[in-house]
Design a protein around this ligand. Structure first.
Ligand code: PMP
Length: 395
């Protein structure tokens, strides 16, 4: 007999999406399921050179323990990029994290006591729900429309539920791809300031805009400055295997997150940070991002061009201006999980929307990622999906 696992270990289920990813990892499957960046677009040569340079310049430093806050040159480079995008930021405002996923865990550990209320978009990023669930939070969905959070509904909810924080992905949201308009960001910041609420703005996709104008971060709106944790990541603009992200937060919250990070992993890999800093100093990250954007725009368009044929008649979907995801809804009487079973049988996959929901899920929704495959493969995948849809007309 052994003592039981902690309650939180059994309260939160594993990710059904990771299970689907395991199913679709076999060769030959064209998967719209995972949010995987296009591997052939990784700047492998540039990154290899950056690792070489990090070792050559200071091998012992690259291999040594380092500070929890992160390598000064990496923080300076990220601060300069953040400032250039309209949010004045000093290196000391930042904490380097092991992916932005860790920033989420640290913020949760710094802010959320068991029983605290956390507001989220519905649907939202599954691993954020897991992080809040592990902390014993009461997760409450904010009513949203096709453009994200409805400020009036948010205000009422905040008055009623007295939440500690709002977690939001305002730009090219995961899973819906939708973007919160600037005016609503201003309203959300105002509500947070008036009602006393932390804001967690998760932005791994904002740099992947294919068209339209950049919208200032929620963190840049009046009222948000002293209460927003802004999370950034190199995963979608450089490579997710680096596991490099960052957190920009007011001093007290940043210090609490740094203490939580000491308990979690002491610091993020020194060599990875130094290589990224070399890359930022010597390569042209913006030129690389421009190449990725161009490729992703073409892939989004290939997906959108074929969806009408691939999904059952009267399905609907959106047209995001960037990011990695399209969100679709099957017609009345259809179920995305049942369609997925037929799809996997035809060597194509997507993710049903249900697991991303808090409370009652919408079983007709699904998320399609358009970044992993080339346009010809996307078209082949859609042909297979059409076969799966027609063979499975009603569920
Ligand atoms: N937030 C959101 C909304 C995401 O979609 C992801 C990755 N899929 C992450 C955070 C975590 O990204 P990473 O840890 O690779 O930076």
């Amino acid at each position: 007999m052994l003592p039981p696992l902690a309650a939180r270990a059994t309260a939160v289920a594993g990710s059904p999406i990771r299970e689907i990813l395991a199913l679709t990892a076999r060769p030959g499957v064209i998967s719209f399921a995972g949010g995987l960046p296009a591997p052939e677009l990784f700047d492998t040569e540039g990154l290899r050179a950056a690792y070489d340079a990090a070792f050559t310049a200071s091998p012992t430093r690259a291999l040594q323990y380092s500070t929890t806050e992160g390598a000064p040159e990496l923080r300076a480079a990220v601060a300069a990029r953040t400032t250039a995008r309209g949010l004045p930021t000093a290196p000391d405002d930042l904490l380097v994290t092991t992916g932005s996923q860790q920033a989420l865990a640290l913020i949760t550990s710094a802010l959320v006591d068991p029983g605290d209320t956390v507001l989220v978009e519905n649907p939202t990023y599954l691993a954020a729900l897991q992080s809040f669930g592990m902390a014993g939070a009461r997760v409450v969905p904010v009513p949203c429309d096709d453009e994200g959070i409805l400020p009036n509904a948010l205000e009422q909810l905040v008055a009623r539920e007295r939440p500690k924080l709002l977690y939001t992905i305002p730009t090219f949201q995961n899973p819906t791809g939708r973007t919160l308009p600037g005016a609503r960001r201003g309203e959300v910041a105002g509500i947070a300031a008036r009602r006393g609420l932390w804001l967690v703005e998760d932005d791994p996709y904002g740099d992947l805009r294919f068209e339209g104008r950049d919208i200032p971060w929620l963190a840049a709106h009046p009222g948000a400055e002293d209460r927003t944790a802004l999370l950034g990541s190199f995963s979608k603009i450089l490579a997710p295997g680096l596991r490099l992200g960052w957190l920009r937060a007011p001093a007290a919250l940043r210090r609490a997150a740094a203490v939580a990070k000491q308990a979690a992993d002491l610091h993020t890999s020194t060599v990875d940070q130094l290589a990224a800093a070399h890359y930022l100093a010597t390569a042209d990250l913006d030129a690389h991002i421009a190449r990725v954007r161009t490729a992703y725009r073409t892939r989004r368009d290939a997906l959108l061009a074929g969806l009408a044929e691939a999904l059952p008649p009267h399905s609907t979907w959106n047209r995001p201006e960037g990011g990695m995801f399209v969100w679709a809804r099957l017609p009345e009487g259809h179920d995305a999980t049942a369609l997925l079973k037929a799809a996997i049988h035809h060597d194509v996959a997507f993710v049903p929307g249900a697991p991303f929901h808090t409370g009652t899920p919408d079983p007709r929704t699904l998320r399609l990622s358009f970044t992993t495959h080339t346009p010809p493969d996307i078209t082949t995948g859609l042909d297979r999906l059409a076969t799966a849809s027609s063979g499975s007309s009603r569920w």
